[in-house]
Each structure stands twice: as structure tokens, then as C-alpha cells.
Write a protein that binds this ligand. Structure first.
Ligand SMILES: [Ca+2]
Length: 106
């Protein structure tokens, strides 16, 4: 955690790292970096959505569960300076996001 900003980017960085690691070998090669940056900067909407889906699909099983969505929401909140125990203590962020997704997908 950054003492100056009170933020912790490590959890979100972990998930972004996994999404950049195209061939899931635990390292980001120069090719992985180029493929990902190309996708995010010049890719189609479908390619960008597929990359974002990969970010949220933590275990890579092709589905985003409520728990996975909650994990990403916690990571984003930590990135913004809220502590994980505060976010998890309420348990409402992930649930609220899931409800919002359900309502907007109907
Ligand atoms: Ca999953």
C-alpha cells in the first residue's frame, strides 16, 4: 500500500497482469504486450470486450461468477484507496454490481 496515497494497486495489478499474459505462462512477453496494447488501442469493440471479459473471468472457465465480479470490484476499490476489509465487510459492492448488471442485461 502506498503510504502517500493510501491506495493499494497490487490486487488489481495482479488481475491486469493475468489478462496481459496472453498464453498464461506467468510472464508477459514482448509479443503479449504488443498483442494486448494493440487490442486495447486499435481492436474492435468485440476484441476489447473479449479482453475485458478475460480480466473479469479470473479462473478462465468462460463464465464470470458473482464472486469473480466481487473480487474485481474489491480490487478496484483498493486501487482507489478503500481498504479491502472495509469493502468486504459490507459485502454490498459485488452484490450491488451484480444487481445492476442483471437489470441492465434484461
Ligand atoms: Ca470464471
Amino acid at each position: 500500500m502506498s503510504i502517500l496515497t493510501g491506495t493499494d494497486s497490487s490486487l488489481y495489478a495482479h488481475y491486469v497482469f493475468k489478462a496481459f499474459d496472453v498464453n498464461s505462462n506467468g510472464a508477459i512477453s514482448f509479443r503479449d504486450l504488443l498483442v494486448t496494447l494493440s487490442t486495447l488501442l486499435r481492436g474492435s469493440i468485440y476484441e476489447k470486450l473479449r479482453w475485458t471479459f478475460k480480466l473479469y473471468d479470473i479462473n478462465g472457465d468462460g463464465c464470470i461468477t458473482r464472486a469473480e465480479l466481487a473480487e474485481i470490484v474489491v480490487a478496484i476499490h483498493e486501487l482507489m484507496g478503500r481498504r479491502a476489509h472495509q469493502v468486504r465487510a459490507t459485502g454490498r459492492y459485488g452484490q450491488q454490481v451484480c444487481q445492476d448488471v442483471r437489470y441492465t442485461s434484461v
